[in-house]
Design a protein around this ligand. Structure first.
Ligand SMILES: [Mn+2]
Length: 330
């Protein structure tokens, strides 16, 4: 196949890549999207002769067919028809189900991600749907451990929420690529550790705190003390210009100027960098690039939005016409 690719513009073995957004258990919609993209069901799962699917993570939680979605994505990744990066939901599931190392044998088991009502709620649908298949769930957890937090090709990058070049360089110095080991997973349970910062930044982006006493109640009823921000807005002056989530900021706060302390926490992604694809942000409406070199593929599928893909062929500026989607059937 190599000679066919000469001059195709991409340096890998594939003629193109289809980057797919947060599935969250919408397996039936994912099948429709894959058909639309020209993938067919073979003996080892869905495949395309000349293209590879890249999942931005968050396959699990919330939706009606989480087990089926995992079976489908796992089969594709195992066969080489797809690759994936971990979303915050997969990493959280891993931490929720992994005991903290070094606990006294007689003490009750403590998990890396505490079993608070809120954390348990996030994983509830997944654990429910796997209640009769504990061995299968454990096998998926073992598989999550081998998946990377980010992927990079000569022409593009994929990460669940935020490409932070400095933290990624630090991760690479330790592991060579986006994968991690048991020690890293354990370290994510230590607040302020390198591993905790890398996990949080790459899979959940940059959250800034609201002023003391202010909260946002998001559309799913969760009360939040932090808000999600853009990582590609170096010129933002006010919090409103930095905001990147569907829920608005409290009255009066949005117009305030970004404090020097918060400015220091901002991550930026230069307009001259290679394209990066993310999920995570619950976008609504008609899919389009969020910057000329940044594609967000999360259009709230599980909230009856769209499951979105971008057909990438090596271009340096994203083309709004290359988004493809399937609607979730209510
Ligand atoms: Mn998500």
């Amino acid at each position: 196949m190599g000679s066919e690719l000469a001059g195709a513009g991409l340096s890998g073995e594939w003629r193109g890549y289809d980057v797919i957004g947060d599935v969250h258990g919408c397996a039936e919609t994912l099948e429709r999207l894959l058909h639309k993209l020209g993938y067919r069901q073979g003996p080892s799962g869905y495949y395309h002769h000349t293209r590879q699917a890249i999942f931005v993570g968050d396959i699990i939680d919330r939706g009606p067919r989480i087990r089926e979605a995992l079976q489908l994505v796992h089969a594709m990744v195992t066969a080489g028809a797809a690759r994936m990066v971990l979303g915050n939901h997969e990493f959280n599931a891993l931490a929720y189900c992994t005991p903290k190392a070094g606990c006294a044998a007689e003490a009750p088991v403590e998990y890396l991600r505490p079993h608070t009502p809120r954390n348990s709620r996030q994983l509830a649908e997944t654990l429910e749907q796997f209640a009769d298949y504990p061995d299968e769930w454990n096998a998926y957890l073992a598989w999550f451990r081998r998946q990377p937090l980010f992927l990079e090709w000569p022409e593009f990058r994929v990460v669940h929420a935020c490409w932070d070049a400095e933290l990624i360089a630090r991760h690479r110095a330790r592991f060579g690529d986006g994968r991690f080991d048991e020690a890293f997973l354990q370290e994510t349970g230590i607040p302020g550790s390198d591993a905790a910062r890398i996990k949080q930044r790459l899979t959940s982006g940059v959250d800034l705190p609201l002023p003391k006493g202010m909260t946002i109640v998001s559309s799913d009823g969760v009360e939040r003390t932090h808000f999600r921000t853009k990582f590609w807005a170096p010129d933002a002056q006010t919090y409103e210009e930095l905001l990147f989530q569907p829920d608005p900021l409290p009255d009066g706060f949005g117009q305030q100027r970004i404090s020097p302390e918060h400015r220091q926490r901002m991550v930026t992604y230069g307009a001259d960098e290679k394209p990066v694809f993310v999920g995570h942000y619950w976008l609504k409406g008609h899919p389009e690039p969020i910057a000329s070199n940044i594609g967000c593929l999360d259009y709230s599928a599980v909230k009856f939005g769209r499951l979105v893909a971008y057909r990438f062929d090596g271009e340096t500026q994203l083309n709004p016409k290359k988004f493809v989607w399937a609607y979730v059937d209510p």
